[in-house]
Design a protein around this ligand. Structure first.
Ligand code: NAP
Length: 345
């Protein structure tokens, strides 16, 4: 493919507060040639995920290094192998990896690539329900919360990539499930398609007190399990409504990712003491060794139609910044994915 041009997205500058289109720039370059021990991959689908915002803060120490301004951004992708100098990878194979996002072509050493079967599920599902967000949801539910039949599970960010699977796993395990999301359309989907018992549109509530009242009405026996995706008033309401021996899986707090200054913590942490609440934060990479167990449980449920998922599809690499910004404005239904190129050329 020598001489052929390709595109990749760079950060022009680190965003201050809410990311904006002008923080990103699309650059053109030559398609690279694979050397020994490398393969050339073509990105078919790429993912935008909230954790990427954390990589846009060079001043904050994190579990993952910040993005450089001098290299293309990276992220989860499903890609087609175009040319391979690596044993075990052949032209036409599909792989998932964590670097191929934000670019059309890239070189890979295959170290963190995993082959995927295009006949088992739509390729984009490997970035959502069968991918990193799916494993996150499954790990938080099965390894941390361990909900029991008849218990009440509250899920914030309930209509998103992670939250929507959490809700449905909770229903399969026999829980009363209450989900919170930011629009009527999302709440309708949660109740009518995902089977949650009560969906709360958090935008109807001005503060933690109002959300607490609505949650308490929906959870008359208290909240046994809370899956935290949002933070802020959701955490405060969950603490107010926690049952004795409540468990919390702290997965993310998207409501604070664009804050310029740290926000004061919830004022009602004392509830954890009297009610014996256990809270456990986690990062999905902790559970990579459970990926097969996750796939064996969730893939059949998906194939049987017992688990549903939604995607917001953006067309073309140029739309990636818009899709990413949309994560923080609630613009996506379910998993946000970008179709960078066709499944096959
Ligand atoms: N710990 C881990 O390893 C791990 C892995 C994956 C994801 N996560 C975390 O899990 C959470 C969900 O991730 P996801 O990939 O499933 O994203 P997502 O839910 O598909 O997309 C983000 C959603 O968050 C909601 N949101 C954005 N700003 C908000 C705000 N200020 N207040 C309330 N809701 C807001 C929006 O939905 P609404 O319309 O409902 O507002 C938006 O659609 C994030 O916190 C993410 O960082 C953690």
């Amino acid at each position: 493919m020598s001489g052929q041009k390709t595109k990749a997205v760079y950060l022009k500058e680190y965003p201050a507060g809410m990311p904006a289109d002008g923080d990103f720039v699309v650059k053109e370059m030559d398609v690279p040639s694979p050397g020994a021990g490398e393969m050339l991959c073509r990105t078919v689908w790429m993912s935008v995920d909230p954790y990427m915002r954390g990589r846009m803060r060079p001043d904050v120490k994190s579990y993952i290094p910040p993005f450089s301004l001098d290299a293309p951004l990276e992220g989860g992708a499903v890609s087609e192998v175009i040319e391979s100098n690596i044993d075990g990878y052949a032209t036409g194979d599909y792989v998932v990896d964590f670097t191929g996002g934000w670019k059309e072509y890239y070189l890979s050493k295959g170290e963190r690539s995993q082959k995927v079967d295009p006949n088992l599920a739509p390729l984009s599902a490997y970035l959502g329900v069968l991918g990193m967000p799916g494993l996150t949801a499954w790990a938080g539910v099965t390894q941390i919360l361990e909900p029991k039949e008849g218990e009440t599970l509250f899920v914030s960010g309930a209509a998103g990539a992670v939250g929507s699977l959490v809700c449905q796993l909770g229903k399969i395990k026999g829980c009363r499930v209450i989900g919170s999301a930011g629009s009527k359309e999302k709440c309708d989907w949660l109740e009518k398609e995902a089977g949650v018992d009560v969906a709360l549109n958090y935008k109807d509530y001005k503060n933690a007190g109002e959300l607490t009242k609505a949650l308490a009405a929906a959870a008359p026996k208290g909240v046994n399990c809370y899956f935290e995706n949002v933070g802020g008033m959701h955490l405060e309401a969950a603490l107010n409504c926690s049952a004795l021996g409540g468990r919390m899986a702290l997965c993310g707090m998207i409501a604070v990712y664009n804050n310029k200054e740290p926000e004061p913590g919830p004022s009602n942490l004392i509830n954890m003491v009297g009610r014996g609440v256990m809270a456990r934060g986690f990062i999905v990479s902790e559970y990579m060794d459970k990926a097969m167990e996750f796939a064996m449980e969730v893939a059949p449920l998906l194939a049987q139609g017992k688990i549903k998922f939604q995607e917001s599809v953006y067309e073309g690499l140029d739309k990636a910044p818009e899709a990413f910004i949309g994560l923080f404005k609630g613009e996506n239904m379910g998993k946000a994915v970008i179709r960078v190129g066709p499944d096959r050329l």
